[in-house]
Ligand binder design. Structure first.
Ligand code: ADP
Ligand code: MG
Length: 586
């Protein structure tokens, strides 16, 4: 194959522009991205070699080497992983396979400040090399291919890239960064070691660098560090989740999260456990602070990486986390699953079911814990000095933050996860007619119910303003009864699955004839009955006139100021739902 020139896919060109223009303030992240690609490549080889050990050839070691050359101004990251064929290099380093890229790109405003926040949600991966390099060459040979079928990919990160065939003795990939003038600080062993410790210490492969020694200068020349030809591992080379908790710092947990999630923000919280029992596994689960741009994408899978005895098996192991917890990121390492487990097998495995149940429970307890610490209620008695630990304090406000980002997704669990429905219901938060913000739990509501009130009342609407001003609320306002205001699209659907909370029924104020029961006194009841009697002839006329439009016309006691309002039958589709269907063209 002679040298060929290819154009980057339009989205890649756009991404490249963005990467080089918005991320220059944090250039060092390229270390994390390129080392994580090298590590992924080794994981892939290890996995493919489970079925075909000849792929290792005469190089059984899986490792990453980082080298720099002061004179050539290059930094090279070499791995002995799966490598790439020429075709794979063209596809993987010229297009973005991830679905949703287009949608993501459309969201970009062109404003660097906001865009650089957004881009954090999107793995910048390989292209982050162009933050520090004005030219990148990638030399690679796929495991299993002959030395003559190596490939060299070269680009300056603008419109296009070149690809040619080369001979490469070694399996795997070298990424050679030709550093920009202003990125020469990375040609420094000490600096590189520091970055590897910060970003890649958790990686389970050895990351090697050549040892350097100080050599005094001769003949008045200054001394310098010189390479010794001996390579040493600069990371711990043990997968983070396999280490005891007490040996892991918060900073290490956070960096690990950033590496697996591509998020630039620290997570809200995490939980790391070894679970022993019917099946043995380690779980390290994180709750992000911000929703990713593709949270509602259909093909979006759970962010759980599955390992079996420290061997990486697959990303996006959706069998391990239900849809409504798809925002959770982390690692599960099973001691009991077979190494050659497939997606199909995962669906049926009893061990997977146990792991999934255990992980769901863990996530719900993490959320419950955050919810408990959300508001630190000041002690009613000022004399009592509150003792609040720093750890507790650090959790304040986090649940509200979580709920604003993921509350609507969590609600899907009411319909999806019957076994945990009650726990999920307790985690819900709503606005209400008497309390602003998403601050009212169903338990709070219950505690504030009026004497004689027998139901939890709620109304659904498109917006908070529409809900608040609904004429259906009039009688509740007059009587000072709190009504929950629900404005999420999923509320209507999700609430179908919650008939009652802790023994108290939930009732929509927009459905059927609202029965205020004991909240209405005898006088009011009598007045309502008399009115209904008196209006009978009028109602009959209205009913006749509206016969194509309304099923029934009734006198009601729910209104105070408004002359009339629309309601739906009990058990019927609510107005909100009917509007949703109309929007969807049904
Ligand atoms: P991601 O890692 O999220 O897939 P990247 O932009 O980091 O995205 O990498 C794009 C693709 O290029 C990878 O999915 C992989 O197929 C390929 N790739 C990158 N680096 C390497 C490498 N060192 N060895 C083999 N393949 C690689
Ligand atoms: Mg990557």
């Amino acid at each position: 194959m002679s040298k060929q020139t290819h154009s980057f896919q339009a989205e890649v060109a756009q991404l490249l522009h963005l990467v080089t223009h918005s991320l220059y303030s944090n250039p060092e992240i390229f270390v994390r991205e390129l080392v994580s690609n090298a590590s992924d490549a080794c994981d892939k080889l290890r996995f493919e070699a489970l079925n075909d050990s000849s792929l290792y050839g005469d190089q059984p070691n899986l490792e990453v080497r980082i080298a720099f050359d002061d004179k050539a101004k290059t930094l090279t990251i070499t791995d002995t992983g799966i490598g790439m064929s020429a075709q794979e290099a063209i596809e993987h380093l010229g297009t973005i396979a991830k679905s949703g890229t287009k949608a993501f790109m459309d969201k970009l405003s062109g404003d660097q400040k906001t865009d650089s926040q957004l881009i954090g949600q999107f793995g910048v991966g390989f292209y982050s090399g162009f933050i520090v390099a004005d030219k990148i060459s990638v030399e690679s040979r796929r495991a299993g291919l002959p030395a003559s079928e190596g490939v060299r990919w070269t680009s300056t990160g603008t419109g296009d890239f070149e690809v040619e065939q080369i001979t490469r003795e070694q399996r795997g990939t070298s990424v050679i960064l030709h550093l920009r003038e202003d990125a020469r600080e990375f040609l420094n062993g000490w600096k590189l070691k520091q970055l590897i410790t910060k970003y890649s210490d958790h990686i389970s492969l050895p990351i090697l660098m050549e040892k350097e020694e100080w050599k005094d200068g001769e003949n008045d020349q200054p001394g310098a560090m010189v390479k010794t030809g001996e390579w040493e591992a600069v990371n711990k080379a043990s997968a983070l989740w396999t280490r005891p908790k007490k040996d892991i710092t918060d900073e290490q947990y956070v960096e690990f999260y950033k590496a697996i999630s591509h998020d630039y923000e620290a997570p809200l919280t995490w939980s790391h456990n070894r679970v022993e029992g019917n099946t043995e596994y380690t779980q390290l689960l994180y709750i992000p602070a911000k929703a990713p741009f593709d949270l509602y994408q259909r093909d979006k899978h759970a962010g759980i990486k599955l390992y079996v005895k420290r061997v990486f098996i697959m990303d996006d192991a959706e069998a391990l986390m239900p849809q409504y917890l798809r925002f959770v990121k982390g690692v599960i390492d099973s001691a009991d699953l077979p190494l050659n487990v497939s997606r199909e097998l995962l669906q049926e495995s009893r061990d997977v079911k146990l792991i999934r149940d255990g992980s769901v429970k863990r996530v719900l307890s993490m959320l419950e814990d955050l919810a408990r610490h959300d508001k630190h209620e000041a002690a009613a008695d000022a004399e009592v000095t509150d003792v609040v630990s720093d750890e507790d304090k650090a959790k304040e406000g986090k649940y509200s933050q979580f709920y604003a980002e993921f509350g609507a997704v969590l609600k899907e669990g009411l319909g999806e996860d019957h076994a945990n429905k009650d726990r999920i219901a307790k985690l819900l938060r709503f606005a209400s007619t008497t309390h602003d913000g998403l601050s009212t739990s169903l338990a709070d509501y219950k505690a504030r119910m009026k004497e004689g009130q027998e139901a939890i009342y709620y109304i659904t609407a498109d917006t908070l303003a529409a809900a608040k001003n609904s004429p259906q609320l009039e009688v509740f306002k007059k009587k000072g009864i709190e009504v929950l205001l629900m404005t999420d699209r999923v509320d209507e659907w999700a609430l179908n699955y919650v008939q009652d909370f802790d023994g108290t029924p939930l009732q929509s104020v927009a459905k059927g004839a609202v029965d205020l029961g004991k909240l209405q006194n005898e006088e009011e009841k009598k007045a309502a009955e008399e009115a209904a009697e008196a209006f009978k002839p009028l109602l009959a006329k209205l009913k006749e006139a509206l016969k194509d439009k309304a099923e029934d016309v009734r006198a009601t006691s729910r209104l105070v100021d408004s002359p009339a309002c629309l309601v739906v039958q009990d058990g019927g589709m609510s107005l909100q739902m009917a509007r949703l269907f109309k929007q969807a063209g049904q």
